[in-house]
Design a protein around this ligand. Structure first.
Ligand code: BGC
Length: 748
């Protein structure tokens, strides 16, 4: 712990020196532009187009791939600007050597989905967001970049900053959940973490904000599906995290597979040129998603790959990832006068600039260093940070009669369930280490590591994750009957969330709920661990089992982190970054919905002629921001510096937070606002600020939030970002449905 804190401090000091580093970047910028221009002058049109072409190695693919001719020959001929899925110091060096045989010796950029760690696997991104701890999230991305860069990589395809209100969509595991404010904070933290000081240091990677845009609004939660969003929702809900990524200096963007209101994002000029490059002044480059340029043919948006190339480049997609549309067609399009060379030049310059900034023209092999790779991939401090992050990610959903934490004096403890000894599922989707799971500490091992000799640990698998055999139930019941307390570990397999893993049914798969019922029938106290890449529906468990920890997929250190929480060495403080529905029929579901003209009471069915359901209450099972602790917190003494706010003024809100329980713990105090009357209907509440702090038992601290015009602004009827005078409700609480303090103020 101490060591890791020191490490964190040292790293943050480096991050803190960004202003000096930035000055350096500005000083060298001109030189870089001049150097880019001098290379451009030497390049033929074909060589320029080569820079816009990205291929994958054949080892890891996430989409269809065809090989038209030898890729090696194309590398040598300068027809490839970047490779993805080539990793490791040795391999990147070998492939770079091929590029170095090309006429102009322009180095390749090596990209990879380094999403939540490289060798040391951190919790899945959605789990990390449950920590609401921006410093820790930044550190997770920092360490991922340190390891990725040590393995010869220059560029990560992360962070994914897609907001989503649909837990059926498998890719929610990769994002920051449903809230735009929280998502924007996370976007910044991750970009800063991956890119560090932004000066091409050997432990930094280029970040890539993806998927531009609104990919998380896929209709029906079906991956790759169409998106139909209003202009207001696009600007208010889906775009801000991307803007935050630009503001944090994200080097690259990736566009998305979906169409938005009928126009594929990849061929969408409004998004990529008008908003991103012009309005936001983004100076980096845009890579397509895998094959998304050529997939515009399947969308029925263009007739062939040549048209796709024309559409995508014109719209501002600079690099073609495995679409194989730019390389064969752009030169013809230029010759036919359909694509101005200036557009190609702009795209090439954006890419070359990054290669210069990374120092690759000075030394194309500078990231490929086996000794550094060895050292960083086995850095024990990274494991400590991964364990700390895993602990912070765990959410205590329920804890009746304070059954948790468990006593260390238990003589016989059972851990049962298909995930108790699982290695690979702990890694979660998007895992670079996979299929090498050797580093994972399972939940069983974590408990073994923790428990002394006087506790016997019993185990039974009980059932599989998805199969329907009940053959293991008897053994599981027998183990449960012998134990004083039973831990049951259930959930999803690692490939049940993530890309192309949308689910229409988000209940516990297979016969896991039946296993839980059988164990519950023994009458033994039960603690359930739910491992998943998304919010699941588990109503029976929630209603019948006394204690539930949501443990997501927590990475290499999952078992140790979970054992620390179960036995009280770490007091959980995670809060849900997504709403958990009672049933799929409630989806899309989110806390910041608009009131209707006929709102229904939260917990009432059959409220006739009201906006609800006749067969299910409208409230979620677990609300956004929910998460308990082994201690309790009291909120009191709310004060506002004034009741009225002038347009260029601010109100300071303060209150006292007290740890009213018996153990130290962390609370995330959340500030929500509601604009009571506005020119467009506003959400019933919106997260506008939060703070996380640790309090000792009995300790009180004063918390302050500043409310200014920016926090009150929204896209008005004219789609202008503005605040409107009137009354605002102020709500402060422990969750979006657990508001402890309330007041009102006026904007003049
Ligand atoms: C995913 C991207 C990913 C890319 C490269 C695509 O299928 O949508 O997020 O970066 O593959 O692996």
């Amino acid at each position: 712990m101490y060591k890791c804190k020191t490490f964190m401090l040292a790293t943050l000091l480096v991050l803190g020196s960004a202003s000096i580093a930035q000055k350096k970047v500005i000083a060298t910028k001109k030189t870089i532009d001049q150097r880019v221009d001098s290379v451009m002058k030497l390049m033929t049109l074909e060589e320029k187009i080569g820079q816009l072409n990205q291929y994958s190695s054949k080892d890891e693919v996430t989409g269809p791939m065809s090989d038209n001719g030898s890729r090696k020959q194309q590398l040598v001929a300068g027809k490839v600007g970047s490779m993805l899925n080539v990793r490791g110091a040795e391999r990147t060096r070998k492939v770079q050597e091929q590029a170095m045989q090309s006429r102009l010796r322009i180095p390749l950029l090596f990209g990879q989905d380094v999403i939540h760690g490289y060798k040391t696997t951190f919790p899945i991104p959605l789990a990390e967001v449950a920590s609401w701890d921006m410093q820790a999230i930044e550190m997770g991305s920092r360490i991922a970049a340190i390891e990725g860069a040590a393995a010869g990589l220059h560029w990560t395809f992360a962070p994914m900053v897609d907001i989503s209100r649909d837990p059926r969509w498998g890719r929610v595991m990769e994002g920051a959940g449903e809230d735009t404010y929280l998502g924007s904070m996370v976007a910044k933290a991750r970009v800063k973490g991956f890119q560090g000081t932004n000066t091409g240091k050997l432990d930094e990677m280029l970040a890539c904000a993806k998927h531009f845009a609104a990919y998380g609004a896929a209709a029906g939660g079906r991956d790759y599906n169409s998106v139909d969003v209003s202009e207001r929702t696009l600007w208010e809900v889906y775009l801000p995290p991307f803007k935050a990524a630009v503001d944090a200096g994200a080097a690259t963007f990736m566009n998305s597979f979906n169409d938005i209101n009928g126009v594929p994002a990849t061929g969408n000029k409004y998004l990529q040129r008008d908003i991103l490059k012009e309005k936001w002044g983004f100076k980096g480059f845009v890579v397509s998603d895998w094959g998304s340029i050529s997939e515009m043919v399947d969308h029925g948006y263009v007739k062939d790959k040549k048209d796709a190339a024309l559409s995508a480049l014109s719209a501002g997609s600079d690099m073609d990832m495995e679409g194989q549309a730019y390389l064969p067609h752009l030169a013809t399009l230029v010759k036919e006068g359909k694509v101005p060379v200036a557009l190609i030049d702009d795209a090439v310059k954006r890419i070359l600039r990054k290669k210069f900034e990374l120092g690759l023209f000075d030394d194309p092999f500078r990231f490929s260093n086996e000794a550094r790779e060895q050292q960083q991939l086995n850095n024990p401090q990274h494991r400590i940070a991964a364990r700390e992050m895993a602990e912070k990610s765990i959410v205590l959903m329920k804890n009746e009669k304070n059954i948790l934490p468990l006593s260390k004096n238990i003589k016989k403890l059972a851990i049962i369930g298909p995930l108790a000894k699982s290695e690979e599922d702990m890694l979660g989707f998007w895992n670079v280490a996979w299929p090498d799971n050797s580093d994972v500490v399972t939940q069983y091992e974590g408990l073994q590591n923790k428990l002394g000799n006087n506790t016997e640990l019993l185990y039974a698998q009980g059932c599989g994750i998805t199969d329907t055999s009940r053959a293991g139930f008897a053994e599981a019941i027998a183990a449960a009957l012998q134990a004083e307390v039973v831990i049951v570990s259930v959930g999803e397999a690692r490939d049940m969330s993530g890309e192309a893993n949308s689910r229409a049914n988000i209940h516990l798969p297979g016969v896991q709920e039946e296993l839980l019922k059988a164990i519950h029938a023994t009458g033994k106290p039960i603690v359930v661990l739910i491992n998943a890449g998304r919010p699941l529906v588990f109503n029976w468990t929630a209603d019948n089992v006394p204690a539930i920890l949501y443990t997501w997929w927590l990475g290499s250190e999952a078992g140790n982190a979970i054992a620390n929480v179960l036995l009280g060495d770490y007091n959980p403080g995670g809060k849900l970054p997504m709403t958990f529905p009672r049933g799929e029929g409630q989806i899309p579901i989110h806390y910041n919905y608009l009131n209707t003209g006929r709102p229904s009471p939260d917990n009432d069915t059959h409220a006739r002629y009201r906006s609800g359901y006749i067969d299910m209450v409208k409230s979620p099972k677990y609300a956004f921001g929910h998460g308990l602790s082994y201690t309790t917190f009291t909120y009191s003494n709310l004060q506002m510096s004034k009741p009225t706010l002038a347009a260029n003024d601010s109100i300071i809100v303060q209150f006292t937070l007290t740890n009213s329980g018996k153990v130290a713990g962390e609370e995330v105090a959340q500030l929500y606002l509601r604009d009571e009357v506005a020119s467009v209907v506003r959400p019933v509440k919106e997260l506008k600020d939060f703070t996380k702090l640790m309090l000792q038992p009995g300790e009180s601290r004063t918390i302050r939030f500043v409310i200014n015009k920016e926090k009150l602004s929204f896209y008005n009827q004219q789609l202008e970002w503005a605040a409107e005078p009137g009354t605002f409700q102020l709500m402060i609480g422990s969750a979006s449905n657990d508001i402890r303090l309330q007041s009102k103020f006026e904007l003049q």
